[in-house]
Write a protein that binds this ligand. Structure first.
Ligand SMILES: [Zn+2]
Length: 85
């Protein structure tokens, strides 16, 4: 017995959790794995976003208390650090 990939029509051996050609999940547990993986990524992104948000808020605060020359120095350092490319 074989399972046909719904995406690329390849006949996979029944044991395959994923299509051997296009990696499409063929079994319910494969879908679950992908969902769990995606949830993990979303949580990581949210954490990263919150960190960035805090950093940006601190920057905005710091920014509002420096003069023009200071702003240019900070801007240059940000660009050099590669965070805002
Ligand atoms: Zn496939």
């Amino acid at each position: 017995m074989q399972s046909i990939c719904p995406r690329c029509d390849l006949s996979n051996v029944l044991e395959n959790k994923y299509c051997s050609k296009c990696s499409y999940p063929l079994k319910p547990e494969a879908f679950e794995e992908i969902k769990a993986e995606e949830n993990k990524k979303i949580v990581e992104l949210e954490t990263r976003y919150k960190e960035m948000d805090t950093v940006l808020q601190n920057l905005v605060q710091a920014f509002s208390s420096v003069d023009e020359q200071g702003k240019q120095i900070i801007a240059r350092q940000l660009i050099q650090s590669g965070n805002f490319e």
